[in-house]
Design a protein around this ligand. Structure first.
Ligand SMILES: O=C(O)CCC(=O)C(=O)O
Ligand SMILES: [Fe+2]
Length: 273
């Protein structure tokens, strides 16, 4: 799924100094297109089920968002669980790439997330534009932990390209609270930082230190910004070993039975006959 790429000593030097590095044309374009197709397909199944038939995917999405928010949200959640996304993030090719960035024994920190950033299907700003933060605050993993940020479409400044503050990783943890699941960095410090937009094309990948201060750019277009984000730890990093490998992410089922009247006996017998 990846193209042959060469990471030079200069690239690693750049990464260490700035806290991020754009890997051009890392993932085969076709693979990214397939992920996008699968994402849209999850929604398309529900558009059909709900008899939503507008002209475009965007219009259908808005209709679903407004008419059945719960199903919209469940579609978005299922986009986190696509085989293609998990296969990419847990591939030996990505494992080997991480080793080039001096992650001695890479391990997956948490499940990947896929963002479908669109103001017209957002209840709050946080749903499409994330404030300045450091991912390490939520991960609390190895000191050299990294994020692979993978655009699923071309993302230029107008579409809200990710904005990073070069070198900010060298401050260590400055974030003092978790807000909406993100380790927000204090305004007093963020305001003084310089940010640059990292424009990317589908197939590129941004690797960055979990201490790098970053935020979403403003999407001033009428288009959806799709991206997937992967987080990794190094199981051989001393402080992570010393801290006993903390794993602060929570995951579990809802206590509530969502459809108490579902005729499961009849349905399972019908399928199994
Ligand atoms: O994609 C974005 O704009 C920000 C995402 C991000 O920083 C994160 O998921 O931690
Ligand atoms: Fe982040």
């Amino acid at each position: 799924m990846l193209n042959e790429i060469n990471i030079s000593d200069d690239d690693i030097f750049y990464f260490k100094k700035n806290g991020f590095f754009k890997i051009k044309n890392l993932i085969k374009k076709e693979y990214i297109e397939n992920i996008l197709f699968e994402i849209k397909n999850i929604f398309n199944i529900q558009f059909k089920n709900k008899n939503i038939k507008n002209n475009s995917f965007e219009e259908n999405l808005i209709t679903l968002f407004n008419s059945d928010f719960n199903t919209f949200l469940n579609c978005a959640k299922n986009c986190q669980n696509l085989f293609l996304i998990h296969n990419l993030g847990s591939s030996s090719e990505i494992y080997n790439l991480l080793k080039k960035f001096e992650i001695k024994k890479p391990n997956i920190c948490t499940r990947p997330v896929t963002f479908i950033n669109y103001e017209k299907t957002s209840k709050e700003k946080i749903n499409h534009t994330i404030f300045e933060h450091q991912d390490w605050r939520s991960m609390q993993g190895s000191i050299n932990s990294v994020i692979l940020w993978v655009p699923l479409v071309d993302i230029d400044k107008d579409l809200g390209a990710l904005e990073v503050s070069a070198g900010s990783h060298l401050m260590g943890l400055i974030s003092d609270k978790i807000e909406n699941n993100f380790g927000r960095t204090p305004d007093k410090i963020s305001k003084k930082l310089k940010f640059e937009s990292i424009e990317v094309e589908a197939g590129d990948c941004l690797i960055f230190s979990s201490f790098l201060v970053h935020r979403s750019g403003n999407n001033i277009t009428d288009n959806i910004r799709f991206s997937s984000h992967f987080r990794y730890n190094d199981m051989l990093e001393d402080s992570y070993i010393d801290r006993g490998f903390p794993t602060p992410y929570k995951y579990g089922p809802d206590d509530k039975l969502l459809f108490p009247n579902l005729k499961t006996k009849r349905l399972i017998r019908n399928i199994m006959k």
